[in-house]
Write a protein that binds this ligand. Structure first.
Ligand SMILES: Nc1ncnc2c1ncn2[C@@H]1O[C@H](COP(=O)(O)O)[C@@H](O)[C@H]1OP(=O)(O)O
Ligand SMILES: [Mg+2]
Ligand SMILES: [Mg+2]
Ligand SMILES: [Mg+2]
Length: 388
């Protein structure tokens, strides 16, 4: 076992690809062994931080401008505004990168009143630190520029090159309910999630704070809430307080060591339509877990287990046809992996981010600390197998 652990650590620490003469490093221009993605991380952190200012302003305003999308899920002026700001930031810093964003500007182009609401938000959301604001390109200059930025997220995705996956508000239902939500941005390089940033305005700053499903809105910024997670593949994961200006000082985060799996805490969606509460409970029971699950919206679940506030994230599929979206997982996967975790689909299959806008070759998602991951997947397979 000790040897296996050592090998796991070696694989984890080794620069990838480990052999510089492998064909992959010759054909691929982006090589992890020669790039540390410092600028990508910095830009993503600032871009997400600025976008959270916008989402918080929607929170406290009376109008959410909520629309129902074709799949009947909600979208608000906050989703559109955050997508505009983040894509503008990325285009400023990395004009050649592709972007897969959840939203598009169709609804805003056909609804002037809604467009004006979003434009108002976008103009007001500025980082208080002028240097930081300039690093992400400063304000968007025109309404047309804003619409164009939102439509900059139409990349079909794929396995080659640099592609950002953006969820401007993840957990929109949670956002509207006053629960958890997250602004999520991940960079995939040749289909591999490599940089991940998640802003969670309603999570406590304190990494050691107990997981509390009741959450609540920190509208006046007085409750010590708002955390910004970040990670680069091969370089660890961090958290820091969300701020209104320059980046705050970060702390390293790691998953909690589990001595006894029956004592683990697992996180799952609030929405029963997004993940099967019944299957998740059956898996927990197989693992001997008696603590109730912590139900939480959005990729705040990934951030929470990465900093050891929870242990497992179970997302068992509800529908046979639903395809998980890459923007719902790319950032969270890097953060959990870099904090010492492993993520796969419910059958233990690696998530394939290189086949388009969805994870169509995967079903469900399971995340756990490396040491207990095989045990968890065994339990998941037993529960799924019994249903076949
Ligand atoms: N049937 C479904 N199964 C799994 N996830 C879903 C389903 N429908 C929507 N989602 C997505 O789940 C994510 C939220 O997960 P959670 O409930 O864990 O916070 C949202 O991005 C939401 O997409 P959407 O953005 O379209 O609402
Ligand atoms: Mg989402
Ligand atoms: Mg979203
Ligand atoms: Mg949505």
């Amino acid at each position: 076992r000790a040897l296996t652990r050592l090998n796991q650590l070696r694989t984890h620490l080794a620069p990838r690809p480990s052999n510089p003469t492998t064909p992959s490093s010759i054909t691929h221009t982006h090589n992890l062994s020669t790039m540390s993605y410092t600028r990508e991380l910095h830009t993503a952190l600032l871009a997400v931080q600025r976008a959270t200012l916008l989402t918080k302003s929607v929170y406290t305003s009376h109008t959410k401008g909520t629309l129902s999308k074709s799949d009947s899920s909600p979208v608000t002026i906050g989703d559109f505004g955050a997508q505009a700001l983040i894509i503008a930031s990325l285009r400023h810093a990395f004009p050649n990168d592709a972007i897969v964003g959840e939203e598009d500007a169709d609804d805003l182009r056909s609804d002037a009143a809604l467009r004006d609401l979003v434009w108002d938000l976008v103009q007001k959301a500025r980082l208080e630190d002028s240097e930081a604001e300039a690093e992400i390109g400063g304000p968007i200059k025109s309404v047309e520029g804003m619409l164009d930025a939102i439509d900059g997220g139409r990349s079909p995705g794929g396995r080659q090159g640099r592609i950002w996956a953006l969820d401007p508000i993840d957990g929109t239902k949670g956002f509207l309910r006053g629960g958890q939500y997250a602004v999520c941005l991940g960079l995939m390089v040749d289909g591999v999630p490599t940089v991940g940033v998640i802003g969670c305005p309603n999570l406590p700053v304190d990494d050691a704070a107990p997981l509390d499903a009741s959450t609540g809105v920190d509208a006046d910024d007085k409750e010590g809430k708002g955390v910004l997670f970040g990670a680069v593949k091969g370089h660890g994961a961090t958290s820091r307080p969300l701020s209104k200006g320059a980046l705050q000082k970060e702390t390293k985060i790691v998953m909690k060591e589990i001595q006894d799996i029956s004592q683990a805490t697992f996180c799952e969606s609030v929405e029963a339509g997004h993940s099967s509460h019944g299957d998740n409970a059956a898996i927990a029971q197989k693992l001997g877990i008696t603590k109730p699950s912590v139900r939480m919206d959005s990729q705040a679940k990934y951030g929470s287990i990465a900093r050891g506030a929870g242990d497992l994230y179970l997302r068992l599929p509800v529908s046979k046809t639903y395809e998980e979206k890459i923007w719902d997982h790319a950032a969270g996967v890097v953060i959990v992996q870099e904090a010492g975790g492993e993520v796969s689909d419910a059958w233990g299959k690696p998530l394939d981010f290189g086949i388009g806008r969805t994870l169509k070759e995967n079903k469900g998602v399971v995340a756990a600390p490396k040491e207990v991951f095989p045990t968890v997947i065994e339990a998941v397979k037993e529960v799924l197998g019994a249903k076949q």
